[in-house]
Ligand binder design. Sequence first.
Ligand SMILES: *[C@@H]1O[C@H](CO)[C@@H](O)[C@H](O)[C@H]1NC(C)=O
Ligand SMILES: *[C@@H]1O[C@H](CO)[C@@H](O)[C@H](O)[C@H]1NC(C)=O
Ligand SMILES: *[C@@H]1O[C@H](CO)[C@@H](O)[C@H](O)[C@H]1NC(C)=O
Ligand SMILES: *[C@@H]1O[C@H](CO)[C@@H](O)[C@H](O)[C@H]1NC(C)=O
Ligand SMILES: *[C@@H]1O[C@H](CO)[C@@H](O)[C@H](O)[C@H]1NC(C)=O
Length: 496
Amino acid sequence: MGLLSSRTSIRSPSYLLPVLVLLSIFSLSAVFFLYKVDDFATRIKTLAGDNLDPTPWHLFPPKELHKDTSPRSRAYKVLHCSYLSCSSLSQWQTPLRFDSSKPVENCPQFFRWIHHDLEPWAKTGINMTHIMEAKKLAAFRVVIVGGRLFVDLYYDCVQSRAMFTIWGLLQMLKRYPGMVPDVDIMFDCMDKPVIDRTTNGPLPLPLFRYCTNQRSFDIPFPDWSFWGWPETNLRPWSEEFPDIKVGSHAKNWSQKFPLAYWKGNPDVASPLRVELLKCNDTERWGAQIMRQNWTEEAKDGFEKSKLSNQCKNRYKIYAEGFAWSVSLKYILSCNSLALIIAPQYEDFFTRGLIPKKNYWPVSPTNLCPSIKFAVDWGNSNPSEAETMGQRGQDFMESLSMDRVYDYMFHLIAEYSKLQDLAPSPPSSALEVCVDSLLCLADANQRKFLERTYTFPSPTPPCKLEPPNQSVIKSWMNEKEEAINEVRNMESQKNPV
Ligand SMILES: *[C@@H]1O[C@H](CO)[C@@H](O)[C@H](O)[C@H]1NC(C)=O
Ligand SMILES: *[C@@H]1O[C@H](CO)[C@@H](O)[C@H](O)[C@H]1NC(C)=O
Ligand SMILES: *[C@@H]1O[C@H](CO)[C@@H](O)[C@H](O)[C@H]1NC(C)=O
Ligand SMILES: *[C@@H]1O[C@H](CO)[C@@H](O)[C@H](O)[C@H]1NC(C)=O
Ligand SMILES: *[C@@H]1O[C@H](CO)[C@@H](O)[C@H](O)[C@H]1NC(C)=O
């Protein structure tokens, strides 16, 4: 080639000129094209956090996404994962046929809160104004059309929350093919509810997140940890619960010095947890308060002994962190009596908990004496305390992954009924499928994700009961009464 061209160039430079011009135009455009591809690839936003800033309303250190590779090879990997990994998955559209001779189970009672959460839009519906206003507070938008899932990314979410949340949605789509209606949802992945009921009354914004409270319109959705939490080495709920349950039987209900136990991270901007440190006195308050060190514990891996140790105490304290805390489900699973310090935040399932039935309510304003009172009460009423602890575990057992998927399904189905718009992915959104998400996951994340592959469900979703605000109101009253009862018991025993 070199020889030929040098010969021709010597003999007939006049012929070659236009060829050279053409060639250089061609290679220039090739370079330009490659440059464009490079430029494009380095700007793709991903669920792993590429090219996204942390949510401005809750900052966190940026992720190190290409510490093992060059920025350029990361960009090409991202390009490959994002654009070349999802084939058209028409099999998802084949609706399932269920055995209609079998009766459909009713959903757990707490599913009724779905209607309560969506009630603000029951009359007005949800239109594009709602969605576009909610966008200002969202980290990402999820659009499901024809069973395919599209994500438009605005901000990065801390750790792997976004990735695991979308994974959960993809599994739900796989579980109920052809059944999930088209939706357009704004999602924030940080902890605190923000859509205040008093200031947002005229235009309540529909924003999904992991928790809510009674003052907010935020719509609670199952948190990422049901599919695992790689950063803390927590396995998916489907594996964690059965092992905790087995471990929980190691408890000795006739042990001599039963204590209320708490282990967690007090450094999460939670005044309550700081206050709790003061109750670390086994003699005086019957409580032991320990610091959790995830770095230390992650080294132990999935040791079963850790799980049985975690449930050996007869009483376990739950204290909210920065907002709601994923630790509640593991505490309740122990069949210890859960001493729950008046929570301000609610996640989707905690609305089903009833004080004095499946947990003991502790006062946040009289913290140490209230814990001591609970321990004393339990020690003098061991069988009642044991039953209450058992009911807490039973409640968590009833929250199987099947039910978690059903909750997601019904929430989305009810939400879709309110939409006054035809969901369609914006041009900046990208389709996400199981393969594209796994492609973006690092080795450790993939190890967790692969444990929760789902398959089309053999049974239909549980049956959701119709809206009934008076049922919700009566639960709220029942809860308040039970808590007041305990406060009265406390004040009679310890007159202030
Ligand atoms: C959406 O509904 C709100 C009130 O419910 C209304 O103010 C707004 O104009 C509506 N937007 C559109 C695009 O219809
Ligand atoms: C439980 O504790 C009681 C009292 O401390 C003790 O007598 C008994 O042996 C313990 N049982 C087991 C199974 O450890
Ligand atoms: C609580 O007290 C125990 C025993 O005195 C101690 O080992 C532990 O470090 C204390 N916890 C905290 C958080 O300081
Ligand atoms: C947690 O454990 C790690 C590793 O053992 C240690 O380096 C770190 O200082 C500990 N953190 C705290 C807050 O104690
Ligand atoms: C709502 O629930 C209450 C209490 O269970 C019941 O009396 C009432 O009939 C229900 N209302 C509707 C519309 O179903």
